[in-house]
Design a protein around this ligand. Structure first.
Ligand code: SAH
Length: 390
């Protein structure tokens, strides 16, 4: 069944289409509309809030650790199946603490089943996606070699307000922030399938524009689910005050900065937030993050043919990163061939230009690895997530 679309939604879609076709910049949007706040869920509660919440609901306090055990340790999300809970209580517990937040709408697989993209419908109809990528799976050559591991790419917002012109999500605008629990639920759902080694905030949304929810979610992942903070990557367009705040949290998460250009002139057009926070400020904040946390910073760089992939730009990137006596040891560059979005005027770099770009960085002592692009054919690759257009 296809869902009806209202005249105003159609008008907005047409307007966005026109923007994209004209290559015009969308406005930057920081404040998500407040409509559609999702119901409170167990995963919204910090550890010290759980017992009080349980007793306020008329249950003995020890139930809190039982809920934690089922939900976080067993990745079991449905209290109706929890047999150590009196049958007469289960429905109430479900309604009070475990309202369904994500409904699976569609699951697509690629790479011999080792890349799985899930489309989720939120309680208010908004759609988000997450992508699970397994590596080093025996007898699945497309999953790559090396140690067996699994990375989950999650969404932090429905849509995104950062308006990067090469990104499918960015071109769809911002619907709303996800709650902490809506973020955690993506992780718990994947954890029910496989043992996760990494979580990356590289799905839909700008995590730093939804700071308190993503930080609460990171704390659940570390303190409750047991993931290593080092295995969690927060990827940002470069909201400098938030990078500074993240450095004070005492959590050694990995910071990734989507730079995509070493010079303000080009970055102003590729990453519109650059009109507020310049390349130099973003790189300086990233370096201070490294100094404070000891965590090497990742620089993301989507290689766009004949736009930002020239060797002289690699040299300029090296200058910017190593400038002010920073040296090269604090940073790792992840160039990734652009995944073109439908109707885009841009395309991926030529292989030889990718290799030359990396060579020029390496010559300056900068570590650089071309990131692989999993799940391209299911639109599950970086920057292709655009569920709301479906
Ligand atoms: N808002 C965060 C997370 C977004 S997605 C951020 O910008 O960092 C994660 C990465 O995918 C970002 O580096 C983003 O710039 C990149 N990306 C977006 N669209 C892309 C595309 N079409 N091809 C390749 N990478 C893309």
């Amino acid at each position: 069944m296809t869902e009806g679309i209202s005249a105003s939604e159609q008008a907005r879609a047409d307007e966005l289409d026109a923007h994209v076709r004209a290559g015009r910049a969308l406005p930057l949007v920081f404040d998500a509309p407040r409509r559609g706040k999702p119901p409170r869920h167990w995963a919204d509660l910090a550890p010290d809030e759980r017992r009080p919440a349980v007793t306020a609901a008329g249950l003995p306090g020890f139930r809190a650790s039982q809920f934690d055990e089922h939900y976080y340790r067993q990745a079991s999300t449905d209290p109706l199946t929890w047999t150590d809970l009196p049958a007469g209580l289960r429905a109430d517990v479900a309604a009070t603490f475990f309202p369904p937040l994500l409904r699976e709408v569609q699951v697509q697989t690629a790479d011999e089943g080792t890349t799985v993209k899930t489309l989720w419908r939120l309680h208010d109809g908004n759609l988000v996606e997450s992508v699970l990528m397994e590596y080093g799976v025996p007898d699945k050559p497309t999953s790559g070699t090396g140690r067996r591991r699994a990375t989950l790419c999650i969404s932090s917002q429905a849509g995104c307000g950062m308006a990067c012109p090469f990104c499918a999500t960015g071109q769809g605008g911002l619907q709303r922030n996800l709650s902490a629990a809506e973020i955690v639920e993506q992780v718990v759902a994947a954890g029910a399938r496989v043992r996760l080694s990494n979580v990356v905030f590289m799905g839909m949304g700008e995590p730093m524009a939804n700071y308190s929810a993503i930080m609460a979610a990171v704390r659940r992942m570390v303190d409750d689910i047991g993931l290593s903070a080092r295995g969690i990557t927060v990827s940002t367009v470069g909201l400098v005050p938030r990078i500074e705040k993240l450095a004070t949290e005492g959590l050694p998460v990995t910071l990734a900065v989507s730079l995509h250009a070493p010079d303000d002139e080009l970055r102003d057009s590729l990453v519109p937030i650059n009109t507020r926070f310049k390349v130099g400020q973003v790189v300086e904040a990233a370096y201070r993050y490294f100094e404070t946390t000891g965590r090497r910073v990742s620089i993301e760089y989507a290689l766009i043919r004949d736009v930002n992939d020239q060797s002289w730009r690699a040299d300029a990137l090296a200058d910017v990163l190593t400038g002010s006596g920073r040296g090269a040891g604090w940073v790792h560059v992840n160039p990734i061939p652009l995944n073109p979005t439908p109707g885009s005027k841009w395309t991926a770099s030529r292989r030889r230009d990718e290799l030359a770009f990396v060579r020029h960085l390496n010559a300056r002592g900068i570590a650089a690895t071309i990131r692989d692009t999993r799940g391209q054919e299911i639109d599950g690759a970086c920057g292709q997530l655009a569920a709301q257009q479906r």
